[in-house]
Write a protein that binds this ligand. Structure first.
Ligand code: OAA
Ligand code: MG
Length: 389
C-alpha cells in the first residue's frame, strides 16, 4: 500500500504590527499556515506535516485553495511517494505542483509552493522519525550536523514614537538575550538621521562588525552609493538589499565602490533569479552573503538546486544566511552547512524564533532532537498550527 495524503488544510492568520521598514508597514501583514495529514501512523497518531509562509509576503490563500492544494490532492499516490511508497517524495511533489505552470514570471506562486513544501518536509522527517536537520545531513549533505547555528537578531524597525533611546533599549535586549550581532532598518529616513540611528546602536553593540543594516530595496543607484559612502568607515557586518532586488546592475555598480560585505536575495524567488544575481550582480563570494528564503521561493527542493548552482559558480553554502528567522531554514543551516540564519526575537510571532528550551548563547542556537522541523518544541507556534486540525 502506498501512503496517501488524507487532507490538506489552510488558514490565513495575522502577523500584523506597527513596525515599518523603508518600503512597507506591517499593519495588514498575514501568513498562510497549512497542515498536510497523511495516513501514516506514528506513536498512535496520524503524521501531520505543518508549514507556513515567511513574513513579507501576504497569505497566498487563493493560490493554495484554488490551484495547488487540489493539484496535490488529485495526484496519483505513485506520483508523490518514494519508490517503495513508504514516504512522501518532496521532489516528485514539486513536479506535481509545477504541472502546467509556465517558466518565468514567478509571482507569488513561489510562496504558495514554499509553504506546502515546508509541510511536506516536516511530514517526511516525521515519517522517518528523525529531525529534519539530521535527514538533510544524512541524505543530502556529508553527514555532519552543525550542533549550533549562528543567528543574528533582526529588528531595529521604524515605529511611531520610537527614538534613539528606544532603539538602543531594543538592541540591549538582544544582547542580553544572547545575540552578538543585530540588524536594523535603514533607508526609511534621511541619510543623516539613519547615521544618527546607526551611531546610537554602535554605542550599544560596540563595533561595526556587530551591526547589519537593511535598506529593503529602497535606494536608486545614486542613493545606494551615497548611503554606502556615509557608512563605509563603520565597517558594518553587511549592507543589505540596497536597491531593487531585481536590479542586478545596481548591485554590481554598488559593489564596485562599496568596500565591505553586502547581502541580498530575500526577494529572489527562483533558481533562475538567483542565477541572474550570481551572473550579473557583481557580488563577491569571499565577502558577501545570500539570503534566499526557501519558504518564499518554491521551498527546500528549489533551495537545493540553488545551492548546487552556487557550488558550480564558486560559491559555498557558507555564503548563505537565509531571510525569515524560521525553524525551517534553521534546519537547513544545521544540516546542509549554511553560515547561519536570521532570527526575529521581538517580531513576527509566533513564527519568529526557535525551540522554547534552546537559548541563544554567544550568538548561536541549538536545535531540538525531535522528528520533523521541530514546531512541536515551540509552544506558541504549535498551539496555532494545531488549530488547523
Ligand atoms: O522587514 C522585512 O521585510 C524583513 C527583512 O527585510 C529582513 O528580515 O531582512
Ligand atoms: Mg531584509
Amino acid at each position: 500500500m502506498l501512503l496517501k495524503i488524507v487532507s490538506i488544510k489552510e488558514k490565513a492568520v495575522p502577523i500584523s504590527s506597527s513596525i515599518r521598514n523603508s518600503f512597507i508597514d506591517f499593519s495588514k501583514m498575514n501568513a498562510s499556515i497549512v497542515a498536510i495529514q497523511t495516513d501514516v501512523i506514528r506513536d498512535g497518531k496520524p503524521v501531520i506535516g505543518y508549514g507556513f509562509n515567511s513574513n513579507g509576503r501576504y497569505a497566498p490563500s487563493g493560490l493554495l485553495r484554488e490551484r495547488f492544494i487540489p493539484r496535490l490532492l488529485e495526484a496519483a499516490p505513485e506520483d508523490i511517494t518514494n519508490n517503495e511508497g513508504t514516504n512522501l517524495d518532496p521532489h516528485k511533489i514539486f513536479n506535481v505542483l509545477m504541472t502546467n505552470e509556465k517558466p518565468g514570471g514567478h509571482g507569488e506562486r513561489t510562496v504558495a509552493i514554499g509553504t506546502l513544501d515546508m509541510a511536506v518536509w516536516d511530514a517526511v522527517a516525521k515519517i522517518e522519525g528523525v529531525p529534519l536537520y539530521k535527514l538533510l545531513a544524512d541524505q543530502y549533505g556529508d553527514g555532519t550536523i552543525d550542533e549550533k547555528v549562528f543567528v543574528y537578531a533582526a529588528g531595529g524597525y521604524y515605529m511611531p514614537n520610537k527614538g534613539l533611546i528606544e532603539l538602543q533599549d531594543e538592541m540591549k535586549g538582544y544582547l542580553e538575550a544572547g545575540y552578538t550581532k543585530v540588524k536594523m532598518k535603514v533607508g526609511g529616513d534621511s541619510i543623516a538621521e539613519d547615521v544618527r540611528r546607526i551611531e546610537a546602536v554602535l554605542k550599544v553593540v560596540g563595533s561595526g562588525d556587530n551591526l547589519l543594516v537593511d535598506a529593503n530595496g529602497r535606494f536608486n543607484l545614486k542613493e545606494a552609493i551615497a548611503f554606502g559612502e556615509a557608512v563605509k568607515d563603520y565597517k558594518l557586518y553587511w549592507y543589505e538589499e540596497a536597491g531593487d532586488p531585481l536590479d542586478y546592475e545596481l548591485q554590481a555598480k554598488l559593489s564596485e565602490v562599496y568596500p565591505h560585505a553586502m547581502a541580498t536575495g530575500e526577494n529572489l524567488f527562483s533558481l533562475q533569479d538567483a542565477t541572474n544575481l550570481i551572473r550579473h550582480g557583481g557580488m563577491n563570494p569571499k565577502t558577501d552573503f545570500l539570503q534566499f528564503d526557501c519558504a518564499l521561493s518554491y521551498g527546500l527542493t528549489e533551495y537545493m538546486r540553488i545551492l548546487e548552482m552556487l557550488k558550480e559558480n564558486g560559491w559555498s553554502s557558507r555564503n548563505c544566511i537565509p531571510h525569515g528567522g524560521h525553524q525551517m531554514s534553521l534546519n537547513i543551516a544545521a544540516g546542509l552547512g549554511l553560515a547561519g540564519n536570521e532570527s526575529y526575537p521581538g517580531v513576527f510571532q509566533p513564527f519568529g524564533g526557535f525551540a522554547d528550551n534552546y537559548k541563544v548563547e554567544n550568538g548561536h542556537v541549538g536545535l531540538p532532537d525531535i522528528p520533523g522541523v521541530g514546531f512541536e518544541a515551540k509552544e506558541n507556534l504549535y498551539t496555532l498550527l494545531k488549530t488547523l486540525n
